[in-house]
Design a protein around this ligand. Structure first.
Ligand code: COI
Length: 360
């Protein structure tokens, strides 16, 4: 435990009837709970002023470095309500570790892992009524860190703030587990060698927005990025990792090459697949290999994964001069099996044999 005590300021809570109406159909990222966490860092004093406060606007000087140079990182994790009413979260320490990896790359201060988990615990216990209990529902938690020193010189800020907000969530894609179409972006890249591709920073997502718009214009829900140098080696989707499944049950997923996010869902699925006796190859995978594999029947399933997306089957790959429909538009067998197992652990329906859940 850290010795940082939180001060708590109670919010005017949303009336229960209004909250319940939101929880009945929350969508994704539309509504926010009554409170948020804020912790301040300065180079001289370290982390201090840990607070649970009413959710609302944060004071921001127009010269704050985050507004000019994008010095920002974030995380995404979820809290789940189990049938017995208890609330758990999934591998929060993995998110805490990854936040610190992102912090190092973006020259932001590292946050003690236990303080990250404590912040999540503070917010979820204050706003526990906001954790929905319906099918595929959860409370999405968004921890993030911004540089808020007022200074226009280009250097690492000496003042930062860590916040956690929470948003009740249903499925990220409105169709649920219906296969999505993805758009191959080759001219517009997300990451390059030595860049920030492996960090969960706002800039990577900003870079994905124009290609994501192109994807939407072409009837696709997500954009697929390749390595900028080869335009063939697969990196990841706009906000998710990618897996392919071979006919022999082997899973293929791009290796952590410095360009892609070390997804907590990705890691968990690799473990669950291995537990079931599947081989998992983490290596370079090319669009060419995928196309040829679909054509000769050796690659039979594809899915996207992430905290928000959970596991979402991919039914179609489009791009300039490219349109591959993977068949019957039904989710693949292994895709569904892994999805059921992962969501089963998270919801309490399956045994948590790896000790991934933290009761809040
Ligand atoms: C998440 O999965 O938590 C992300 O941050 C990705 C984004 C598409 C919401």
């Amino acid at each position: 435990m850290t010795d940082l005590a939180f001060t708590r300021t109670e919010a005017d809570r949303l009336p229960a009837a209004e909250r319940e109406a939101i929880l009945a159909d929350p969508g994704f990222g539309n509504h926010f709970t009554d409170h948020m966490v804020s912790i301040v860092w300065t180079r001289d004093a370290g982390w201090h002023d840990a607070e649970l406060v009413p959710y609302g606007p944060i004071p921001m000087d127009p010269a704050s470095s985050v507004l000019h140079y994008g010095q920002e990182i974030f995380e995404g994790l979820k809290a789940y309500r189990r049938p017995d009413g208890s609330v758990v979260t999934f591998r929060p320490e993995a998110n805490a570790r990854r936040l610190n990896e992102s912090a190092r790359r973006l020259a932001l201060p590292e946050l003690p892992e236990e303080l990250f988990v404590q912040a999540v615990r503070e917010l979820v216990s204050a706003d526990a009524d906001w954790v929905p209990g319906g099918q595929d529902q959860s409370l999405y938690l968004r921890p993030f860190m911004i540089a808020d020193e007022s200074f226009l010189g280009v250097r690492a800020a000496e003042r930062a703030r860590f916040l956690v907000i929470a948003s009740p969530a249903g499925p990220y894609f409105s169709g649920g587990v219906k296969p999505v179409s993805i758009w191959l972006s080759q001219d517009l890249a997300r990451a390059g060698r030595g860049g920030t591709g492996a960090a969960k920073c706002g800039g990577n997502y900003a870079a994905s927005l124009l290609p994501q718009r192109v994807a939407a214009e072409n009837g696709c829900q997500q954009v697929l990025f390749t390595d900028a140098a080869t335009e063939d080696t697969i990196d990841e989707l706009g906000g998710m990792n990618l897996f392919l499944v071979r006919r022999d049950g082997t899973l293929l997923t791009p290796q952590l090459n410095g360009n892609i996010l070390d997804g907590v869902t990705r890691r968990s699925l690799i473990q669950l697949a291995k537990d079931r006796g599947h081989a998992v190859e983490e290596r370079d995978i090319t669009v060419t290999e995928w196309r040829e594999g679909v054509a000769d029947g050796s690659i039979v399933e594809a899915f996207a994964c992430g905290t928000a997306a959970v596991i979402t089957p991919i039914g179609r790959l489009k791009g300039e001069g490219l349109d591959i429909d993977f068949g019957d538009r039904a989710p693949g067998e292994l895709t569904l099996t892994l999805r059921e197992e992962l969501t089963g652990i998270q919801s309490g329906a399956r045994e948590d044999r790896h000790g991934w859940l933290t009761v809040l």
